[in-house]
Ligand binder design. Sequence first.
Ligand code: SF4
Length: 432
Amino acid sequence: MTETETSQLQLHHDVPCPGCGCLCDDLTIGLDGTEVKSIEPSCAMATAYYRQQHATADDCRIDGSTTTVPNAYQRAAEILQAAKAPLFFGLGETSSEAVRKAIDLADRTGGIVDASHPTFYDPTGRTIQTTGLVTCSLGEIRQRADLVIFWGCDPKTTHLRHWERYSAEATGRFVPGGRSDRTLVGIGSQNKTTDACDTFISLEPSQQIAVLHHLIALAQGKPDNPSVLDAAMADATQQLGQLYQQITNSKYFVFVLGEGFLRKEAGRIPLELLAQFVRPMHEQTRGAISILRPGPNWVGAAGVVASRTGYPGGATLTQGIPQFDPDNLASAKLLSQSRVDAAILWEGPWLADLPEAARQALANIPTVVLGHRPLETDLTPSVFIPIKRPGYSDSGTMSRMDDMPLPVRALTQEDLPAAEEAVQAISERISA
Ligand code: SF4
């Protein structure tokens, strides 16, 4: 854009961005009318978020046919009221205020609430209950971390500004030189992030548990049989010995974890083992675990569900009181096992990645979808309700990947209901 064109834009400063779990709150967004024309600092994912197609009132549908928003509310209310076990999910795509309303609606209709991300496995809640977990804010990483270990993740691809803003290049109070004051280690499969690290430890998923046990043995000063580890991973003893030395020599170390570490098929074990390693390390230095979660508000949604039901991440309200069954209440599992007879969800990129059995089940039950963009899957929901886009035309509270709540604000107006209003309107149409 030319300088003159830029000067004619309406600029919004310090805008929080719901484009990913980083929720960067330092963007300057330039609007020409309602159109986003400029985003600074530049981020391809932020551009994709703000410039993706908008849902409009014309996208409102009942069984694929155009309808009005009030009619869509009425049909959604009928579906939820007729269901014996309606599922509420996709909650991390909306504000914490809207999640609160959704829980009220689930309570009225005897629903099952799942605030967890349907395709990103994150056992943090259960790990905190079992072994405990030392975590930190992104600000602590930025200000303190002089050793950052990226394990099974690639923020340079999935969270584009994490590297510059928090974990690698950012200057901080105790790392004033930024990148030059930090040692970066990559573990797992090679990717853009590990290529930019100082050292890289190649690790297969099948080697992960043996490596974690070896680190725990080092931290606790216990004997370990190196032949077991070396059989799983050549040169492991030497590489892990060096990593352990780097950790003990650091002032503040952070493990940044992604899907490659959390591996759903391994359950909570990898995270619990890493937590067991990090805790005793505090006798020698300081450190924490940070999980690279998707955005925008999965952490906030889980927090609201926990505060309203008493249980982390999900609960069933089918019997009038919240009940907890974390291993069986994941939405993909409930759908695949045909244990719900209706669903209401907030649309997001994860919908395209749902396991096939869950997608098929969703297509076979009455489904209400709320979305700020047209659906990008072949699902034809019973009801589609277009809503305002968070951080563009809708405001509210969203929590960053480190559980830091931030106020997301509306930059412009759209002639659509906010998510919170839509849920309230459906609720008001449910007869007592
Ligand atoms: S890194 Fe994520 S939150 Fe930050 S500007 Fe890019 S998309 Fe937005």
